[in-house]
Design a protein around this ligand. Structure first.
Ligand code: DGY
Length: 334
């Protein structure tokens, strides 16, 4: 029996060692040891020779690149949960299968959402900075200094009650928050009952009534600037917003203005409109204690990254064994 030729797999970024080792064993893997972000030209070149492209959220794979890909490219096995960086429609039209890595980022991202809620409401970064940036300036405990806001008893409004939104709701409930959510469709009754969650068909109405808005929906054409200037203006002046999903779901310029005018009390952002660039106005607000900013770290755990790599490997192997890969992304589902 002749050994099957290993698929040629082009991986755009450095992955955890354990994942790269396994990929080298199983595939004709082209790695990116230096982790220098590939240019669109380099990616297009790779798409002319590789059987599989393994991009991440930092690679934009648009319709022109897919159009120009060689006929050997059969699979884009993204090392990501979100697929907004890939033109999935164009891939489907060209007969290229797209897969992602769902589920394994859910709990880590939900944890980070709670971290941001706590960091904003309890002023964690401001407090820490007093000690690290101006040692000796701490006057000692005071009854009226560095006061934040209590978490328990507040209302959280979750925008997008998928896997991550639901995981956020579970955590939020445990911390004594009451759960409100807006979603394309209502979640099943058992989940609603478990979470004692209130469904809002109208996002506008929910935004006006909650204390914390958590953005947990995917980025799609339908959710671009879902939190528009008009909608953000509906939030209460004492409320805060956190985003661990994608920057373009919020109109960032409008958010900055409302924060500046004191019409929204604070924001915790892990994602931005123009990553890796961050609007300097947001940085200024961070220095004033009005925002907590993180560099897209929501899913950044060692365990999570290894799980993501395992999913990519399973998707590639299943595909080349002639089966439907478990995490196939269908344009109709986006
Ligand atoms: C993803 O994979 O979509 C995440 O945003 C990475 O954190």
């Amino acid at each position: 029996m002749t050994a099957r030729k290993k698929p040629k797999v082009y991986i755009t970024r450095k992955l955890p060692d354990a994942v790269e080792t396994r990929m080298r064993e199983l595939f004709d893997a082209q790695l990116n040891i230096d982790d220098i972000v590939r240019t669109p030209e380099q990616l297009m070149q790779a798409m002319k020779t590789a059987d599989v492209l393994v991009p991440t959220v930092t690679d934009r794979i648009d319709s022109a690149m897919i159009e120009a890909a060689g006929p050997q490219l059969k699979l884009i096995a993204s090392f990501s949960n979100g697929v907004d960086h890939i033109d999935v429609d164009a891939a489907a039209k060209k007969g290229i299968t797209v897969t992602n890595t769902p589920n394994v980022l859910t709990e880590d991202t939900a944890d980070m959402t709670m971290v941001l809620i706590f960091a904003v409401l309890r002023r964690l970064i401001e407090g820490s900075r007093v000690l690290t940036e101006s040692p000796g300036s701490w006057p000692g405990w005071s009854p009226t200094w560095m006061l934040g806001r209590r978490i328990g008893g507040k209302r959280i409004g979750i925008v997008g009650m998928g896997r991550i939104g639901t995981a956020v709701a579970r955590r939020a409930k445990a911390f004594g928050l009451s759960i409100h959510y807006h979603n394309r469709s209502r979640v099943n009754l058992a989940t609603e009952e478990e979470l004692e969650a209130t469904y809002w068909d109208s996002l506008d109405q929910m935004l006006a009534r909650v204390d914390i808005v958590s953005v947990n929906c995917p980025s799609t054409p339908a959710t671009f600037h879902l939190l528009s200037a008009r909608r953000l203006a509906l939030m209460q002046p004492s409320s805060i917003i956190v985003n661990t999903a994608r920057g373009d779901i919020i109109d960032e310029a409008a958010l900055i203005q409302l924060l500046r005018e004191g019409k929204i009390a604070g924001a915790g952002l892990d994602v931005f409109s123009n990553e890796p660039l961050v609007n300097p106005k947001l940085l200024k607000l961070a220095h004033e204690g009005k925002t907590v900013l993180l560099p897209h770290m929501g899913s950044a755990t060692i365990e999570g990254r290894i799980d993501m790599g395992d999913k990519v490997i399973i998707n590639i192997r299943t595909f080349f064994d002639g089966h439907r890969p478990p995490n196939r992304v269908l344009p109709s589902r986006l």
